[in-house]
Ligand binder design. Sequence first.
Ligand code: SF4
Length: 119
Amino acid sequence: MRNALSCDALNCVHNANNLCSADRINVDGMNASTSSQTNCETFVEKGIKGAFTNMMNMNVQGEVKQLFNKNSNSMSPEITCEATSCMHNIDNVCDANGVQIIGRSASSSSGTECETFKK
Ligand code: SF4
């Protein structure tokens, strides 16, 4: 399932104009009771190592769709999630539409969080 997701973690190699170009992401936070206890585990800082990681997890179809739909969100990843106390977590898959990942100055996954988490 690919629900709309936006992300302001601009230092992440998968970030493309506040959208995520990864094919799959994983949100961790197994014991989370607030959004600040969650992270986007897929975050990889931009750089040479990050570029290789990006190639291994690209949503090519979504990127092409996004090229032709610049004003809408046509590129979102599949989201698995370990935060089982979140109301949107259905068997470790996120069913929320309009997921927001934040981490504007993050340089690692620990600087990100899923703001859509809701207990
Ligand atoms: S932090 Fe996570 S959601 Fe945001 S662009 Fe990177 S991989 Fe995608």
